[in-house]
Design a protein around this ligand. Sequence first.
Ligand code: TYM
Length: 336
Amino acid sequence: TKRVFSGIQPTGILHLGNYLGAIESWVKLQDKYNMVLYSIVDLHSLTVPQDPTALRQSIFDMTAALLACGINPEKSILFQQSQVSEHTQLSWILTCMVRLPRLQHLHQWKAKAAQQKHDGMMGLLTYPVLQAADVLSYKSTHIPVGEDQVQHMELVQDLAQGFNKKYGHFFPVPQSILSMCVLVFYPAPMKKVKSLRDPSAKMSKSDPDKLATVRITDSPEEIVNKFRKAVTDFTSEVTYDPGSRGGVSNLVAIHAAVTGLSVEEVVHGSVGIDTAHYKQIVADAVIEKFAPIKSEIEKLKMDKDYLEKILRTGSAKAKELAYPVIQEVKKLVGIL
Ligand code: TYM
């Protein structure tokens, strides 16, 4: 059977990169597969310092945002990672099967370790193993993620294969589903939403430059301002060429993704428009796309009891699925 699994950290507000890179395809996959699980990975958020009150609130906020984007608890299991203790149990077993250099070679660790001058927390290093445990706790087969998670997914595949080799075939080897890549493939792939301030970097929740990231809850004025200040180049024409014109191409990719048009159609429709004017057009398309989601978030945020109920029900369902898998794993490794 095909099982879809994916996760998102609750900290920081959902942004355009998360939405186009992952959440939009999460919504579509609910109708394609029978077993679909989406996790708010609160334990992953603990890899960097968090304020307890803010963290508690952000779990609710992310729940509201995902529901507003179209995650439907009737069609998928939406749950909080920490409430299913099986994840951390499997994580330990997998941690004992992975060598230190394998984790030290992952891009995200290298980037983060460099920032922290080799004085980072252990959780930052072992976090991809917990990610593997998230996926494998449900014997998941399909994982919709953005391009930045592909290397982590390769580790998940290696761990599944390593486990199977040692203990006999047990885990399916999960496949990544890259939505952004499929959406914007012509004529060159654009694999992630880039920062509006630096087209060589991905758009990220933690970017210190507030203008780099478009949040789903930004006001129309903020969105217009962020696009107006987006870094482009000295050519005023709108073209799609991620290799040499990263800034404009990022705008075209965003425009295509939020309108559902192809890159070719977007470029064709923008003949004679200069980039300054084009930025306004893209901003308007993003505002239009986010407006209904934004008002739904506001509505849902007022009903904390409902959000709590969704998470509680989801976590119970997830636990029911993960428990027998981890029992089997324990038998296979010889601790049960
Ligand atoms: P997180 O919370 O950083 O991001 C959630 C999802 O959004 C995608 N994404 C992007 N896609 C395109 N362009 C961008 N600029 C961009 N920024 C973020 C991410 O690829 C991701 O799909 N470790 C994971 C969460 C996780 C997980 C898992 C994912 C934990 N366990 C198991 C899949 C399966 C993370 O920190 O994602």
